[in-house]
Every structure is written in C-alpha cells, then in structure tokens.
Design a protein around this ligand. Sequence first.
Ligand SMILES: [Zn+2]
Length: 411
Amino acid sequence: MQCLECGTELEHVDNQHLLGCCSLTLHEYAIRHHLPLDLLVKREQLNQVDLAADYPSPQRGMSERARAVLRGLKWGGVMEKEGAFVIIPGEIRRLDQLLWDLQWLREYGFRFRQEYRYSDTTHRVVAKNRLKAPVENLAQHADMRLSPVPPPDFVLSLAVLIAHVGELQGDYLFLQFPEQSAGEAVAIEASVHGIMFKELDAADHPNGQLLRTLTRADTDRLLTLVSESLSEMPGALDRFRQQTPEVTVSKELVFDAAHFITDHPSKCSNLHGGRYLLQVKVKDRVDPSTGCVVDYGYLKRVTAKQVIDRFDHHNLNYTTAELAWRSSTEMLCVYIWEQLIDYLPAMVELQLYETTQSWCNYSGPTLETYQQTGSDGLMTHFINSKLGESHLRNLIQEKPPTFEVVAKSQR
Ligand SMILES: [Zn+2]
C-alpha cells in the first residue's frame, strides 16, 4: 500500500507513519483521500479495549485554566461516562479544538484517542475522536461539581462552553444545557457582565435548559467578552464571524384542522376541515464546524411544539383569541410567525397551504423589531382593551322600545 501523502510503500498506512509524514490522523487521511476506513484499519485495531492502568495519574493541584476548561465542558454536558472512563467526544472537523482542550486537561491525566469500531448497527468501520481519562482521576477533584470551590475564571469557562455548544442564529447566541442548574449559574454570572439571556421552552434534555441571548446587543457583549479566549482556540472564532455562505433551509410539517369563517356569506361559514401544510424557512450562514445552518431536528421540534401540537385535530377558531374571529391562512401565518420568531430568529419565510391550490407566503418582522413592537395589531383587535370604548356603543340599546310599554299600559 502506498501512502498517498508521501508516496512511500508501506505494509499499512497508520497513525504512526502519518503523524511523521504529514501530521494527519488516519481519520483525516481517509477523508482527504475519500477512502473507507474499512480499507485502512487493521483488524487488530478494531474495537480495542482500553485499560485505565495505562493512563497517567492526575497531577497534584490543578491550574486555574485547567479547572476553567473542565467547568466549561461540564456546563455544556460535553463530558460523558463510559465504563471506567470519562470521555470528551470530539468531531474530526474540530480536532484542533479537542487538542486545545487536551493541552490543559492533561493535568487530569486525559489522553487523545482515535478509536476504530465496527458494530452490527453501522456495517462499516467508524472512527471516534475523544479525550479519555479514568473516572477516578476526576472523582478526586471537586471540579467535577458544577460549581467548584473556589470558582475558576468565569470568562474562560464561558468561552469553552460557547466554543463547544454555542450556536449563532440570526445574530442571537443559543446555548443548550443538559442540567438546568448549569444554565442558571451561567445566566447569573453573565448578568454581572451586563449580558441577559431568555430561557426558551425547547431544551434538548428533559431536565435541561435552552438559553438565547435576549437581544442582539447581548450577543455583541457576550462575544466581545469571550473573543480573546475564543481566539486562542483553533477555529472557534470562525464559527461566530459569519463569513460562510448563506443558505435557506426549509422544514415541512402538516396538521389536520377544522375552522369556520365568521360572517362569511356562503358555505365557509360552516365548520369544515382540511389538511394544512406548513413550510418554515430559515436563512443563515453555514456553521463551519457542523456544515449546517440549523439542525433540522430543532426546526421540527420547535415547530411541532409551538404550532402543530396546538392546531392538529383542533378547531382553529377555538385554539386562541387571535384566530377566533378569522382563521384564514393569512391570519394563521402572522400568528405562527409570532409563535416561532423567538426560537428561530433567522426565519425568513412561512408558506402555508390550505389546499394544494391555495396557499400564502409571509415574511414577518425580525426578532429585533418584534421585541420593540410586540404582536401585530391585526391579531389583537378582539383582545385590545380599547374595544368597546367608542361612544357610538351608546347607540346599542338593550331595553325594548318604550312605545311598546306605553301601548301595554294604555290597554
Ligand atoms: Zn506518508
């Protein structure tokens, strides 16, 4: 077998050769030369068992930076327990970020491992890139807790958290936490730096928390606060610099619903039903670390929770006051936009089909504008407290005309 990097004839291309010849790992070499790992990995390298005894012991007394890095990873739920080890999984696209973490986490006895697995479910050899340390290396340290005492540098922990789990959508930064207490701790500390978050009801984890910067100004303050730390981490700042291509992604969902049109002169006044098809479109820069604009799963989850679950198999007129008078596709679009914009600040268009021949498109206000103006007046006519204030209402008479009373008394 010839090394496609340096041309040397070898029995096997392996990490030992590649690190000497081009500083690539076998996983990167396989991607660069679009070769299946099945061809490159030797049988004895598959499903290898790691022994905790082969790992170095933690050093005595951790540096401030090592503790801060560990806390940031813990906040983001990046660390996992696997048998006798604590794992920090990485992705091959972000290998240098993982190695940046490792330079500090070596103090805890972490090592980088590229492991190759073949399993019945994958039907091919897959590589996993991760940092690993024996569980007892960390169990001895108070830093495994969410709030170690004394707390390490907040800004570095925050930068590590953002580098690993932060997502920028339409100039708002999203952070997922597997534990609510971690999100709360971060929000409290960030508020000291004048950075506010909004909690959104769309956490990945059942006991987790999803935070979004409250305003675009909060995003600016946040990224300014951590930019120096992020600039140390390979590729981290690129994710938030927004220089990649802009792409529109769409998710299509359906719901079955009934409705009627108040005051309609003909049969639309009757209760009637149909299958609605909704397309939600989000336009944003591609995140260079994921190759995606937004996770389709998140797009689906948020739309299902905010829209589909409320409307499916319901009479739209009775789902909310905004639609009680008129649940036309136009009114539905404006209402749906207002339900989604907090969760999808890069949303650019909704397309709603009532039948295959009838549909409408809507591009509503940005989140920034919506935060200033609130719900559109179109939607609030019957909810507005001013309804009924007109002096003309005096002309509505409840009592029967008096001449009838007179007529009765004269009888
Ligand atoms: Zn080579």
